[in-house]
Design a protein around this ligand. Structure first.
Ligand SMILES: Cc1cc2nc3c(=O)[nH]c(=O)nc-3n(C[C@H](O)[C@H](O)[C@H](O)COP(=O)(O)OP(=O)(O)OC[C@H]3O[C@@H](n4cnc5c(N)ncnc54)[C@H](O)[C@@H]3O)c2cc1C
Length: 388
């Protein structure tokens, strides 16, 4: 029924515009009216994701043969950008579902696993989670303590906990990385598919957050959780290496999320600066305000170029570790600066919940932390620059 599902693998400019329009209309109609209510109550609107599935937003990168929309990163960036302009939380959830859980199964799953899991994920019937981070190991994920012990039948028993997991409580399907070998051995970790209802697997504490409050963030806990051998994702021992590849693509998502938040904040600042008068004229006519807008627009444009460049390389199957880290670093730092200046342009009103500035200011900060902090992006970029 949707604009998204009519677009073929190779999209024309007209189809791209249709996809943009479809995401923008959806966000305006189904998300915008509830943004502040969801934020205040920290309500995760699970039902919305069924609707987004109908529009094709839950399986943007999944080929049509597995029930997805079968589009490229170019369109995916557009969808995340448009949704995040209206609500960062929903943008974050769509990004985590598509580029982490769903994409991990798409890239490394067997044919049987793809057929089993992807159609329900792409339709929004199932929500996906992806668990790498643990309470003591965030940036240093390779030291994870969640352990998977091999059983005689080839299955594994998992014990441990992951935290800060998007959709940790509500997800029907989770991809989880656990230790199957020695500590600090990059081949000592394996990815598994876990289903809600698996004995010994449960969601834990939901975080009460500064921003992105309508996106569910929670612990997941494994207590003697038995998984049969057909839940192993890819090869045993390859889980960490797979995760690094998944994060390369995930960083394009967070760059797109940052781009959307920055654009949403800037639109609000631009409008307000032309309405609000002080000293007998619109505040946009003060050079210090106008120049803030100039800097915002310039940095947003640069963020978009970096993000789309990383997406183009990913679509072409070319290496893009450096480029996706650059896009994520620059776009996320830009959105923090833009949101900060937006609050400044709104003055005292920017500090109140009557205007959207404060929410952009709270939401944007996640972008410099999730899927690798800015410091870790610099580490990734410098390693790429310095390697032979
Ligand atoms: C809302 C939200 C959603 C999330 N969703 C998910 C999810 O779905 N799945 C998942 O697996 N994780 C998720 N995360 C976790 C996120 O990826 C981690 O929070 C992030 O990777 C940072 O890890 P940490 O919080 O443990 O910080 P730490 O690693 O403890 O870092 C603390 C500080 O030290 C700095 N630092 C650490 N190491 C270095 C270094 N080598 N050099 C320089 N500085 C360094 C960091 O940059 C940071 O400033 C989510 C987090 C949040 C807040």
């Amino acid at each position: 029924m949707t604009a998204m599902s009519t677009a073929a693998q190779t999209t024309t400019d007209e189809q791209r515009e249709m996809i943009r329009q479809s995401a923008a209309d959806f966000a305006r109609t189904h998300i915008f009216p509830h943004v502040m209510d969801w934020d205040e109550r920290q309500h995760f609107p699970r039902e919305l994701f069924h609707q987004m599935g109908e529009y094709g937003f839950m399986g943007v990168l999944v080929p049509e043969q597995y029930g997805g929309t079968g589009l490229s990163y170019a369109e995916y960036i557009t969808v995340i950008d448009e949704i995040a302009q209206v609500c960062g939380s929903i943008g974050l959830s769509v990004a985590a579902h598509n580029s982490l859980c769903t994409n991990h199964i798409l890239q490394f799953g067997s044919e049987a696993q793809k057929n089993k899991y992807l159609p329900a994920l792409a339709s929004g019937e199932h929500l996906g989670a992806w668990g790498l981070t643990e309470p003591n190991t965030g940036s240093d994920a390779g030291r994870m303590r969640t352990v998977a012990e091999r059983q005689e039948d080839g299955g594994y028993i998992l014990n441990g906990a992951k935290n800060f997991i998007t959709h940790g409580i509500s997800a029907e399907v989770a991809v989880v990385i656990a230790r199957t070998g020695e500590l600090l051995d990059s081949h000592g970790m394996t990815a598994f598919i876990v289903e809600r209802g698996d004995e010994g697997f449960r969601g834990g504490k939901k975080e009460d957050k500064l921003g992105m409050r309508a996106s569910e963030t929670a612990e997941i806990i494994f207590e003697n959780c038995y998984l049969p051998a057909d839940r192993i994702l890819g090869e045993v021992g390859e889980g960490f290496i797979q995760s690094m590849k998944i994060l390369d693509g995930g960083r394009i998502s967070i760059a797109a999320l940052s781009l959307g938040i920055a654009k949403g904040a800037m639109k609000a600042a631009l409008a307000y600066s032309q309405e609000r008068e002080q000293f007998g004229k619109a505040i946009s006519r003060f050079q210090s305000i106008a120049f803030k807008l100039s800097d915002m627009a310039t940095e947003i444009e640069a963020s978009e170029l970096l993000t789309r460049n990383a997406g183009r390389l990913k679509d072409a199957g070319l290496p893009m570790t450096r480029e996706s880290a650059m896009a994520k670093l620059f776009a996320s730092e830009t959105c923090v600066r833009v949101a900060n200046d937006t609050v400044q342009i709104f003055g005292g009103y920017g500090f109140t919940k009557e205007y959207p500035a404060e929410k952009y200011y709270r939401d944007c900060k996640l972008c410099t932390i999730g899927e690798g902090t800015s410091e870790i992006q610099r580490l990734v970029i410098s390693r790429e620059l310095l390697k032979k």
